[in-house]
Ligand binder design. Structure first.
Ligand SMILES: [Zn+2]
Length: 366
């Protein structure tokens, strides 16, 4: 397959910059998001949770026990491994990783994340992929990054990375994959941004002619997959966020700019812009209810959206090779201390018990 255009090569070259040195920073703990104080757990590469392990991760899930968490993890791993095999990728997402449950999808699949590096490192990056279930390459890059993080633990002692590689499992783990979740909602248009009420539905109708693939939901924050991302931002308090999508072929920056000096300290804005320059990201538009709008514009956390050049799963390994160095630069880039404004705590997700997730071939209702 040819690369779609010369811009891809340009982005590859730009992203493949020289890695920045790892900078050790002072300790910062993720704040609790629920009455029970969740502890940041430095994950060791184990194949399954130890019996009786504390099920509390960064996100407290009401009703979740160590036993039910282990069952959810095992089923999620089986379903994901089957999907990966059918695609033909050589990846084992679970052999070395301890995944944590951070909520449940519309169809009751667990929403998983894992934490790597030093739990107390201030230099924290949140990486999100699999937001749109029919975009396959981001899925691969997200999971491959997990492998890479495990292989480079020694070098990443002063950084912390939290990865949620499959934000929309119902859209991905079905025979007919969908961009939207099982409620037919684009979970990257469903964040409770300030402009949502006024603009989300009108912009969807006007700009996208009511394209069902981009439906923002009938109200902000209505979807568990969106709330999961909000909770992650709240619990992880990342210095920067990488969200991986396809196939638009660019690297987009949402975050503080020269226009936000009234809102954020000047030195902080300068560092955000240095990160943007380092990655040669562009500042495109933003949408009501998108992660970039929510975390980048409103909370001031530099949010980079890597749009891979295609969703073709056969290109996935090539994209990983092209972009991994840029991702490493981003992970190692340390931002000055800046406290994001406290968020309204989202309601604690409920455990859905141990009922088996729908079979991989179950049709998507989106
Ligand atoms: Zn996408």
């Amino acid at each position: 397959m040819n690369f779609p255009d010369s811009r891809f090569l340009q982005i590859c070259a730009l992203l493949a910059g020289v890695a920045a040195p790892v900078v050790s920073l002072a300790t910062a703990k993720a704040p609790p998001v629920a009455p029970a104080t969740p502890e940041a757990v430095a994950l060791e590469p184990v194949s399954s949770p130890a019996p009786g392990a504390d099920p509390k991760g960064l996100i407290a899930v009401e009703g979740l026990t160590a036993e039910s968490a282990a069952i959810h993890e095992r089923k999620w791993c089986e379903e994901l491994s089957d999907a990966i095999k059918r695609i033909g990728w050589k990846l084992d997402p679970c052999q070395r990783v301890r995944w944590q449950v951070g909520g449940f999808s519309v169809k009751g699949r667990p929403l998983m994340y894992a934490e790597f590096g030093a739990a107390d490192a201030e230099n924290t990056t949140l990486v999100i992929s699999g937001v749109h279930g029919d975009e396959l390459t981001p899925q691969y890059v997200g999971l491959k990054l997990v492998d890479w993080l495990l292989d480079h633990r020694e070098e990443l002692k002063s950084t912390r990375v939290v990865v949620a590689p499959l934000v929309n499992p119902d859209g991905f783990l079905t025979a007919r994959r969908t961009r939207v979740n099982a409620n037919g909602v684009d979970v990257n248009r469903n964040f409770g941004t300030k402009d949502w009420q006024e603009k989300a539905l009108s912009s969807w109708k006007r700009r996208y002619r009511s394209d069902p693939r981009r439906f923002p939901g009938s109200q902000a924050g209505s979807e568990p997959e969106t709330l999961f991302q909000e909770r992650l931002v709240q619990a992880v308090r990342p210095q920067k966020i990488l969200s991986i999508h396809s196939p638009l072929n660019f690297l987009d920056y949402d975050g503080p700019t020269a226009l936000s000096l009234a809102k954020f300290p000047k030195e902080y804005v300068q560092e955000c812009l240095r990160l943007r320059a380092r990655l040669k990201a562009v500042s495109g538009g933003f949408y009501p209810g998108s992660l970039g709008n929510f975390a980048g514009r409103e909370l001031g956390i530099p949010t980079l959206t890597l749009e891979l050049p295609s969703a073709d799963p056969r290109a996935a390994e090539r994209y990983w090779k092209s972009f991994s160095q840029g991702i490493r630069v981003m992970i190692e880039f340390s931002m000055p201390k800046f406290s994001v404004r406290p968020l309204e705590p989202a309601p604690v997700p409920r455990s859905v018990g141990n009922t088996p997730a729908p079979a991989p071939g179950a049709p998507a209702s989106g």
